[in-house]
Design a protein around this ligand. Structure first.
Ligand SMILES: *[C@@H]1O[C@H](CO)[C@@H](O)[C@H](O)[C@H]1NC(C)=O
Length: 339
């Protein structure tokens, strides 16, 4: 007799359509870090080792210190996922929107805004200059030049093959530092005018009892506390997912559903980028680095912004971003007053 769990799953699949069933089944099959058929795949007619196979070989031999760091991060993510995630819904194709595809190299990159993602897109486009062995797909033909296709653009079979055989990576950042950076770039700085009109005006209208006509029209003077109140306002998430600049990294990249082979960190951007580029067979490529002192300045700015927030809001905000702290091994910032 069918178990209740199986029935639920079958019902969900019937409701959501066969596309999702296929996708869901493929993702469940991904659990082991390296499938033997994945690493055995001959790559571009055997001329080059795939990045995934290169990583597999690295993990078989005596590991470099860097390879060991990445193995431990993967394990920590895996453990944190099994400890902290409950039963999850099936992924829908649009959940894969942030996973960009580099068919030439065999890479999947989940981009998280405010974590050097523009630089990664540029580097991947540069790498992607070469042709791949694949026939052009629907996705690639439709794609504007200068943009990488997203996994969401492919059919389930094409998605599954790439998930099985490509090296998947993402880059994350200390969640509150990322949030402070998003606030600064999108709501505070003068060149965030489009974001200010789109989100700032909304925030002003919703949260200020007596807004000035100027602020209502331009949304240009949203304070950090107001931004946080907007994030925590139940209405915000009822209206749809958070904007990608402040959405949690786990909600953009689904690291407990998709297998990520490399978890890069903004805090160690240069080393981690070099590690990925080495696996991708482009060790000579230099990843653009932030200017010296920029990281420390960003950290200080985040600390200054959060210090002025009441412990009540700090606690609730930590609750909102907690999964990113747990999954990616970030410790609670020392300036937070959680008790
Ligand atoms: C997690 O973070 C702690 C404290 O920063 C660090 O000592 C440890 O090595 C990290 N673990 C992994 C797997 O990155």
């Amino acid at each position: 007799m069918a178990s209740p769990c199986w029935r639920r799953r079958a019902l969900a699949a019937a409701c959501l359509g066969s596309v999702l069933l296929l996708l869901g089944a493929a993702l469940r099959a991904l659990r082991p870090a390296f499938e033997s058929n994945a690493v055995g795949t001959s790559w571009l007619g055997g001329k080059r080792r795939s990045p995934l196979q290169t990583l597999y070989n690295l993990d078989q031999g005596p590991r470099s210190a860097l390879a060991e760091v990445h193995r431990q991060r993967r394990e920590l993510l895996h453990r944190a996922c099994s400890r902290h995630t409950r039963r999850q819904r099936l992924l829908r194709p649009e959940d894969l929107r942030h996973v960009l595809v580099d068919d030439a190299r065999g890479l999947l990159y989940c981009y998280v805004p405010k974590v050097a993602c523009t630089n990664w897109k540029r580097v991947l486009l540069a790498l992607n200059g070469r042709g791949s062995g694949d026939p052009p797909s629907r996705a690639r033909r439709q794609d504007a030049p200068g943009r990488l296709p997203s996994l969401a653009d492919f059919s389930p079979a094409e998605v599954n093959r790439r998930l099985r055989t490509y090296l998947a990576f993402l880059f994350v950042r200390e969640p509150f530092e990322r949030l402070a950076s998003a606030y600064r770039n999108k709501l505070q700085r003068p060149w965030g005018a489009a974001f200010q009109r789109r989100f700032g005006t909304d925030i002003v209208r919703r949260l200020r009892p007596h807004p000035s006509p100027d602020a209502l029209a331009r949304g240009h003077d949203v304070r950090f506390a107001e931004f946080l109140a907007y994030l925590l306002d139940p209405r915000t998430r009822r209206d749809g997912p958070l904007n990608e600049h402040w959405e949690r990294a786990h909600a953009l990249c689904h690291p407990c559903r998709l297998r990520y082979d490399v978890v890069g960190k903004f805090e160690t951007l240069a080393e981690d980028a070099a590690f990925v580029l080495g696996l991708a067979g482009a060790p000579g490529l230099h990843f653009p680095e932030p200017p010296p002192g920029a990281r420390a300045a960003a950290r200080d700015r985040a600390e200054r912004l959060f210090r002025d927030i009441s412990p009540f809001y700090q606690r609730r905000l930590f609750g909102l971003y907690k999964m990113d702290f747990l999954l990616f091994n970030y410790s609670v910032p020392s300036y937070l007053r959680l008790r």
